[in-house]
Ligand binder design. Sequence first.
Ligand code: NAD
Length: 298
Amino acid sequence: MGEAALIDGKGFAAALRARIGTLAGDFAQATGRRPGLAVVLVGDDPASQVYVGAKGRACEEAGIASFEHRLPAETSEAELLTLVERLNRDPEVDGILVQMPLPGGLDEQAVIAAISPDKDVDGFHVINAGRLSVGQTGFVPCTPLGCLMLLKDRLGDLSGLDAVVIGRSNIVGKPMAQLLTDANATVTVAHSRTRNLADVVRRADIVVAAVGRPEMVRADWIKPGATVIDVGINRLPPAEGKEKGRLVGDVAFAEASAVAGAITPVPGGVGPMTIAVLLRNTLVAAHSHAGLEPPEGL
Ligand code: NAD
């Protein structure tokens, strides 16, 4: 059996961020201001703090202004909605991201609905979900768009390929299935109620796993030569004497590598793409707000 090619999401994302940096510089030259992203964090969830910090740093490195709003866990929904309204009106802010999950008591759907769809760089607003669903231009959630970029880079034209997306969440599985359909793949969405999941996955030329179950997809589920995109980020329990467990994906990487044609590692595969696409969406929003054509080929 062969050894799958490694899909280098980390490298791809770094190249994308560098391009965005150049284009953000051009934008600032043309308009006299940098593109701007507002990130709102409510409460002190440690993982969310790490994500928000990483997003802020990535913005600054790419020449995008980062406006961080850290609010206490006791923040009321009315206060949060007032902030979102203010950011909607702020001409320096092109993109608004409210870090999820929100502390209990805050209605995530109400907060997403309050974000202006033309600043919704996460692509979570129903208007943007609807646009994706009917094939109109809008903001697409960052993680699945990043997966599509990696697939196109690896495979070129996806027409007629059989794709299986495992997971049907609004932020990954569903938009992923729509993007693959738009790219002319034949798409199956598998989920927690799918029967004979291994048999379904075995048909696929492209497997996208977005489940949240460590190493669920085994080598014998994968058609030889298939391209495997592993969205899952799962932390295993710590080994003895260690403080933190290892990060693994939804695919049993080592054994799957012996069968797949190409595979993303975890970490270093899909994860870095998510932030790079967030910057990309912010840059596109900035162009649209300034009345400029969107930058080409992004
Ligand atoms: P989710 O919990 O919202 O959805 C999980 C989906 O998996 C559901 O649709 C469910 O039907 C399906 N599922 C659950 N058990 C299953 C089973 N036994 N067999 C088949 N399908 C099953 O999760 P999500 O937000 O879509 O995230 C999925 C994974 O991707 C998580 O590990 C998450 O951490 C990771 N993630 C990574 C990034 C990134 O930047 N790389 C971004 C978002 C999510």
